[in-house]
Design a protein around this ligand. Structure first.
Ligand SMILES: Cc1ncc(COP(=O)(O)O)c(C=O)c1O
Length: 393
């Protein structure tokens, strides 16, 4: 009856099962996987967010396959602040970054074609690939006092049917940015092998400290020889995942970019999935970037500082270096079964974290913590994790 592309293992995993049991029993849970900002006690300027919905403009339906011009202009102003001069014609709105990926996979790859993705990284890639009939090959991010792209592994993963390289800048969960020297080699590699580049920049504004070695948005890079797609969206930029608005920015060799945009426009026109209200609201919402983004940045930095200080006083684990994003990685220094440890944390300490395998870490022994929870939840969760690590030694 069903297509093999949806033949996923549906069994509920042990960690989820135990968390559900705990919740059913009414037991407390310090959820350090929470990365939905609307559940993390930030102060949203609610009137400013909701007021645009009352505009009578919203009662007119004027579909535009690339999205409302005023929304695209607001995005162009955002990129100007990042030093990129972008034509609104080169922006296409989507309902989410996930949808943007789907559009690009459909644009670039035939069934069975391949894409290069970083490892460890964002867990949704597998499903997005399945749903779009493409295959993934991974290249490695390696850690040595900081993360870097293993450029040899990018080359080794190349196959005749590889169509695009995906960069996540900064990456989730490693919080690492792509550096100029890395991009220089990747650009030459992609040009040589006719690969497009998809740069997921949803966390671009969440940095801990500045570093001129980072490439920033790929829409800024002047080198014209590679077709590039930059992805952004308000789920992270404005902490509004429920509003469902994201975008694709296109740049590269003139003819290729023109053709890509024309084809993307047909895909966009087929679905017209971005509703009028959010498109109309975007210019006003973009003026709230600082008010919302600052709270998230302060939370993430404060939680990270607490974690680092606490870990520095504990044997048995270390906090990996990161440059940005919403996550922290704890490495358990004794070889451990990370899943068994995560289960123990739920059962015995009432703390939920992601085991590293969720993000496809190559080795055992990593825990990933969201830095978004309110400080009282985060700090108690961290205290309990570190207590358990101490007791286990
Ligand atoms: C790296 C990365 N890209 C994209 C997304 C999804 O964004 P959206 O809500 O726009 O689909 C996430 C969500 O966590 C993410 O971590």
């Amino acid at each position: 009856m069903f297509a093999s592309r949806t033949n996923w293992p549906m069994a509920v995993n042990e960690l989820t099962r135990r968390v559900c049991e705990r919740r059913e029993q009414g037991l407390p849970l310090f959820d350090l996987t929470e990365s939905n900002p609307t559940r993390c006690a930030f102060e949203y300027p609610s009137e400013a967010i909701l007021a645009p919905f009352l505009s009578p403009e919203n009662l007119r339906y004027e579909p535009s396959p690339r999205g409302a011009w005023s929304a695209r202009e607001a995005i162009v102003r955002y990129y100007a602040e990042h030093g990129a001069s972008v034509d609104p014609e080169h922006i296409l709105l989507t309902a989410s970054t996930s949808e943007a990926y789907a559009f690009l996979f459909r644009l670039l790859a035939d069934p069975g074609d391949r894409l290069l993705v970083p490892r460890p990284s964002y867990p949704l890639f597998g499903f997005l690939a399945d749903l779009n009939d493409v295959r993934l090959d991974t290249y490695r991010l390696i850690y040595h006092e900081g993360w870097q792209i293993d450029l040899e592994s990018v080359q080794a993963a190349l196959r005749p049917t590889t169509r695009a390289l995906i960069l996540v800048n900064p990456n989730n969960p490693t919080g690492s940015f792509v550096k100029r020297r890395e991009w220089e080699r990747l650009r030459v590699f992609c040009a040589e092998h006719h690969l497009a580049v998809i740069s997921d920049e949803v966390f671009l504004d969440y940095t801990y400290v500045e570093d001129p070695e980072r490439i920033g948005t790929l829409l800024r890079q002047e080198d014209g020889d590679v077709l590039r797609f930059a992805l952004g969206g308000i789920s992270k930029l404005l902490g509004l995942p429920q509003m469902k608005l994201a975008w694709i920015g296109v740049t590269g060799p003139t003819e290729l970019a023109r053709e890509a945009l024309a084809r993307l426009e047909v895909i966009g026109d087929t679905y017209l999935s971005v509703n009028t209200l959010v498109q109309q609201a975007l210019p006003r919402w973009m003026t709230l970037r600082e008010a919302i983004g600052r709270q998230i940045r302060e939370r993430v930095r404060a939680n990270r500082a607490y974690l680092r200080e606490s870990v520095a006083r504990t044997d048995g684990c270390r906090c990996l270096e990161a440059e940005g994003g919403w996550y922290a990685i704890l490495q358990l220094l004794d070889a451990r079964d990370e899943e068994a440890f995560a289960l123990q944390l739920v059962e015995q300490e009432g703390v939920l974290v992601h085991p590293g395998y969720f993000f496809d870490f190559e080795e055992e022994g990593y825990l990933v913590l969201s830095l978004l929870p309110p400080p009282e939840v985060f700090q108690e969760g961290v205290r309990r994790i570190l207590r358990r690590i101490g007791e286990e030694r």
